[in-house]
Ligand binder design. Structure first.
Ligand code: S3P
Length: 180
């Protein structure tokens, strides 16, 4: 790469976005191992900084407070480090400011999963405050519909994950990451 843009992308992070349950955390860990790059997860960073779980943060201080912490987290990541794998919370790309920060950090991969896949993976989950209570399937369908445009706006690359094993998904990311 001889362009300034190319240099920035070579040095930048590989960022995984997508709805809860699309596989960001697992793909991030596997990719980190394969590419020998450090991995960071924004939810885990926030839990560490706050010394409590995401569920506790939502219950005590609410979603708006958590969204502020997500933006803080991205700013901290931008201030230090590069060449990482970043997996980010499913709601993080909804803020325009966060989408701009993601683009500054590196190349953004949207792991796109359908509502049925997500429901099957998360129907017994108790750690996602937004999906608790009645009709989790309806909540997934509604939120996914509301968020799709933001995910697409944030993405440099879209990887469809339904029905694919991790090996296939990792291969697709690696191929596209290395092309830039
Ligand atoms: C959220 C997704 C979660 C976590 C929080 C809110 C969302 O992360 O940040 O529960 O709004 O989609 P995962 O996508 O890693 O589950």
């Amino acid at each position: 790469m001889d362009s300034v843009e190319g240099d920035r992308q070579d040095m930048g992070d590989i960022i995984l976005i997508g709805f809860m349950g699309c596989g960001k955390t697992t793909v991030g860990l596997k990719l980190s191992y394969r590419l020998r790059r450090p991995v960071t997860d924004t939810d885990k960073e926030i839990e560490r900084a706050e010394k409590r779980t995401i569920s506790e943060i939502f219950a005590t201080d609410g979603e708006a407070y958590f969204r502020e912490r997500e933006t803080d987290c991205l700013r901290r990541l931008l201030a230090g480090g590069s060449g990482r794998i970043l997996s980010v919370g499913g709601g993080l790309p909804l803020r325009e400011e966060n989408r701009a920060l993601l683009h500054e950090l590196g190349q953004v991969f949207y792991l796109r999963a359908g509502a049925q896949t997500i429901y099957e993976r998360l129907k017994h989950d108790t750690t996602r405050p937004l999906l608790q209570g009645d009709d989790p399937q309806g909540k997934i369908e509604r939120l996914l519909g509301e968020r799709e445009a933001c995910y697409m706006a944030a993405a440099d690359e879209v990887i469809d994950v339904d029905g694919k094993d991790f090996e296939t998904i990792l291969g697709e990311i690696e191929e596209r990451a290395l092309k830039r």
